[in-house]
Design a protein around this ligand. Structure first.
Ligand SMILES: C[S@@+](CC[C@H](N)C(=O)[O-])C[C@H]1O[C@@H](n2cnc3c(N)ncnc32)[C@H](O)[C@@H]1O
Length: 251
């Protein structure tokens, strides 16, 4: 098998589907032009499992070096607006931030700079090659306060009351028990902490296949069921929405 996953995906998928979570979720155009890859393998049998990482789910992000060309494509900045996303987190030096499903570390440099040497970024992923890649990238780029952490699909892997913020970009629709996951995130928050979930709007041209997208109301419901007080954030992202989930007063 000499064809790269990105090339084979690009050949196999239609344009809308092609802006799936991987390419779409992060949706950045690739150097291959319209041949934007998707996270789902071209094998249609895998397509129905989009959004889930159950035991039967093949690894779809196993070639981190290849995905880095998509996730970290500089063209992504134009629509992802990473400075705005990070600004929404209202970070301060010394904070501990979890980036759940951090992928190749698109946001890590900005978060690491905002929390400074006394803070920490816990960049989690279920995919071992993503964790390998991100750890190497942190060392290479001098992100001494970034820790790459491999986690299980249903468990954020964060200690109770250990983080000030959780960022989770283009990942929520992958979760199986979303309310349960929200509850685990709530447990991991320190007092005053919050979670920011970023995902694609239903009408965005990039993003996962439309039938796999979640309305912001669904994410608000998930976070609420998990014990958080959730609302839509005000932002200017062209293709995505941001839901903020805070600990209730007194927690
Ligand atoms: C579309 S990528 C987004 C990566 C990154 N958040 C970004 O915006 O560039 C989704 C990432 O989430 C990871 N992922 C999927 N399900 C996960 C889970 N349950 N827990 C942690 N990471 C997960 C995948 O391995 C992949 O790296």
């Amino acid at each position: 098998m000499s064809t790269s996953p990105l090339v084979s995906l690009a050949i196999a998928v239609a344009p809308l589907v092609a802006v799936g979570c991987g390419g779409g979720a992060t949706g950045a155009p690739t150097t291959a032009g319209p041949a934007t890859p998707v996270e789902a393998a071209p094998d249609p049998a895998h397509h129905g499992h989009h959004g889930h990482h159950g035991a039967d789910m093949p690894h779809r992000f196993e070639d981190a070096d290849a995905w880095a060309k998509v996730f970290d494509d500089p063209a992504r900045d134009a629509w992802q607006r990473p400075d705005e996303v990070v600004a929404l987190l209202a970070l301060a030096p010394g904070m501990v931030v979890a980036d759940v499903g951090a992928g190749t570390g698109y946001f890590e440099g900005r978060i690491a700079a905002a929390v400074g040497p006394d803070g920490e970024v816990i960049a989690t992923d279920v995919e071992p090659d993503m964790v390998r890649y991100l750890g190497e990238r942190a060392a290479h780029d001098g992100w001494t306060n970034v820790r790459a952490l491999q986690v299980e699909p249903g468990d954020p892997g964060l200690a109770p009351a250990s983080v000030d913020r959780v960022l989770i970009v283009d990942v929520w629709h992958h979760l199986d028990d979303r309310a349960g996951y929200a509850a685990r995130l709530a447990t991991a928050l320190r007092p005053g902490g919050w979670v920011a979930v970023v995902d694609f709007t239903g009408d965005a041209e990039r993003g996962p296949p439309r039938d796999h997208r979640l309305a912001p109301e669904a994410i608000i419901a998930d976070l609420t069921a998990g014990g958080l007080v959730a609302e839509l954030a005000t932002e200017t992202l062209p293709d995505q929405y941001v839901v903020i989930g805070r600990l209730p007063d007194g927690r």
